[in-house]
Design a protein around this ligand. Sequence first.
Ligand SMILES: NC(=O)c1ccc[n+]([C@@H]2O[C@H](COP(=O)([O-])OP(=O)(O)OC[C@H]3O[C@@H](n4cnc5c(N)ncnc54)[C@H](OP(=O)(O)O)[C@@H]3O)[C@@H](O)[C@H]2O)c1
Length: 290
Amino acid sequence: MAGSSVVVVGASGYLGRHLVAEFAARGDRVCAVVRDRRRAEAPGAHGAPALAGLPVRWREVDVADPAAPLGLAPGDRVVSALGVTRQKATPWEIDLRANLRVLDAAERAGASSFSYVGALGMDARTSDLLRAKATFAAALRRADLTGHVIDPSGYFSDLGWFVDMARRGRVLLVGDGSARLNPIHGADLAAFIADRVAGPAGRWEVGGPDTLSYREIGALACAAVGRPPAFWELNDRVCGALQWTADRLGRRTGELARFFLAGLRTDAVGEATGVHHLADHFARLAAQKG
Ligand SMILES: NC(=O)c1ccc[n+]([C@@H]2O[C@H](COP(=O)([O-])OP(=O)(O)OC[C@H]3O[C@@H](n4cnc5c(N)ncnc54)[C@H](OP(=O)(O)O)[C@@H]3O)[C@@H](O)[C@H]2O)c1
């Protein structure tokens, strides 16, 4: 539809920045929804691109605010990379309620599609984060527009701490580290999503080109910093004690621990896509921090 845009919500985050850059490179009319444009124009964390100078329309708004106007138009394709990672809010406030608000605005404006980034394994609902995400995906399936749900494996941005641990001499594993994932670079995931936003409704589980166990990821991190692989395995008893302690530090800490302890023991392997390899990413991190 003339005048419609690809509207990226959560455009200041790791994935959101790659999405904006990808759609702009494809020549789409892009609207970036952020709460702080200046921060989004500067380089992002984990190598995510600066958005300064890209041909995008900006909408500076806090989507957590129920009164905030989103300014969506008929025919818009909404892509949401909105979610809580390091931020203080709860997954119920952002991954569920803020996304519901955007979905409601999209339906009322006559948007043509809504593409949502969930997480591989969210239907297991083992933590508040996964419950909030699965609940939103269910609402999207009932919505009156074309819904795309993309469930990715772990992002490169979430694995840099393996290099930090390797540098300290020992990589921590939950259990024996045999759970497998295929980590994905933000640019590869953005391209996968951009290929689908104009297509029919659907749901995709996706990851990067290399499937690795957490132990193999640890070994890659050790190799990147020039150390022999060395691990520290957390057995069930230690994990139970950590969870018990985290629960007593408050709901948010307890739920974060539940998310990570379950995630690090569960396979998360999706359809392989992309050209970026974790070993190269680790080599760059090791060189930067060396
Ligand atoms: N990281 C992974 O390994 C992984 C794996 C699978 C799925 N996912 C999902 O992929 C999505 C994107 O992840 P990411 O790593 O790119 O996350 P991110 O870098 O933290 O970006 C999240 C985006 O949501 C916005 N946001 C968060 N809390 C907000 C709040 N209270 N009010 C307004 N905006 C808020 C952030 O805005 P600000 O920049 O202003 O904070 C940012 O634009 C998330 O839904 C995540 O759950 C991530």
